[in-house]
Ligand binder design. Structure first.
Ligand code: DP6
Length: 322
């Protein structure tokens, strides 16, 4: 009744921001993401009938804040499989936790993969996506390889998540400029709910999103980096416009984030195949063709306020460790 799995964070090019149904964590919009390698979450799950409740240990510390969501996720899996044993979940990230680097996505993907294996259960992929989604809306994407589409669907789970390109199909590099290792002050869930309730841009965001997603899929199919670059930056800035126009306003950027954004635009103007994206935190993620990775890494390292630069490529979805 014990297993260990690893998973990687993912970064969305066409963003998820907003929930259609917060009770089942159903996103209001689809998304297109890159599963990374280079950053890893390793999670062990141990089920025992003697445990009174689920226990969550993140990076060596008991985490009571994460416990309810982890327990909800495990409850769904237990209900599906038909067991009642509680679990001890031990998880380690080799990158900053809760700082806008998608540690919740890799965390819930690794949790679901490890827990399913520990229970010896055979759970269909759509069901695993649904269970991971209860933990975090972006987590199903980290169950899949390379370039991943999460689309809304009329089916029972309300969505369908799958890989549209394997890591080797279109090698891309992702350079992460870390501007702080601090935890973010407003969670994605809180931010999304505030945006839905108060931003005058929210409705327009939801209405215009499907066309962005369709266009992005075409650009991926055609391996059209320039078109994908332009559209991804626009999706990112639209998402932040929704966040910033919420009440109270949500500004996830620091001065260093904006400086990095300008630097990436300069590089692009001078012919480097690179674009940026930013999630609910001040880190900037630069997506580039592999031949530009060293140049982009060096440019980000030189930026004042950047405390660390991480190099990633496209990676594989969550998997059980032997
Ligand atoms: C800005 O998946 O962290 O990174 O479902 O509330 O856990 P919850 O949100 P989460 O949101 C990710 C939002 C984002 C954009 C994206 O990754 O698509």
């Amino acid at each position: 009744m014990q297993a260990t799995a690893i998973a990687h964070p993912n970064v969305a090019l066409i963003k998820y921001w907003g929930k259609q149904d917060v009770a089942i964590n159903l996103p209001a919009v689809g998304s297109l993401s890159l599963t990374l390698d280079g950053l890893t979450t390793r999670t062990s799950v141990f089920f025992d009938p003697e445990f009174a409740r689920d226990e969550v240990i993140i990076n060596g510390r008991l985490d009571e804040q994460a416990q309810p969501r982890v327990a909800r996720c495990l409850d769904m899996l237990r209900a599906y499989v038909g067991v009642t044993d509680k679990a001890r979940v031990t998880t380690e990230n080799d990158f900053p936790t809760g700082a806008g680097l998608a540690s919740s996505a890799s965390g819930y993907a690794a949790l679901v993969a490890a827990a399913t294996d520990a229970l010896g259960a055979d759970v269909p992929a759509d069901e695993l996506d649904l269970i991971a989604r209860i933990g975090s809306g972006s987590a199903p994407r980290s169950l899949h390889d390379g370039i991943v589409l999460l689309e809304k669907s009329a089916g029972p789970t309300g969505m369908h998540c799958y890989s549209v390109a394997a890591p080797g199909d279109w090698p891309l590099s992702v350079i992460v400029a870390v501007t702080t290792r601090e935890q973010k002050s407003v969670s994605s869930t809180g931010g999304m709910e505030a945006s839905r309730a108060t931003s005058s841009c929210y409705q327009r965001w939801v209405e215009t999103h499907p066309a962005d997603l369709r266009a992005a899929i075409e650009h991926v199919e055609q391996r059209d980096f320039e078109a994908l670059a332009e559209l991804s930056e626009r999706s990112c800035l639209k998402m932040h416009a929704v966040a910033m126009s919420s009440d109270p306003p949500l500004v996830y950027w620091s001065g260093a984030t904006v400086d990095c954004m300008q630097r990436i635009r300069e590089l692009h103007r001078s012919g480097t195949p690179v674009f940026f994206t930013i999630d609910a935190g001040p880190q900037l993620k630069a997506i580039c063709l592999p031949e530009a990775a060293d140049q982009v890494h060096a440019a980000m390292t030189e930026m004042p306020g950047v405390v660390e630069v991480l190099d990633c490529r496209l990676g594989y979805g969550a998997r059980v460790e032997a």
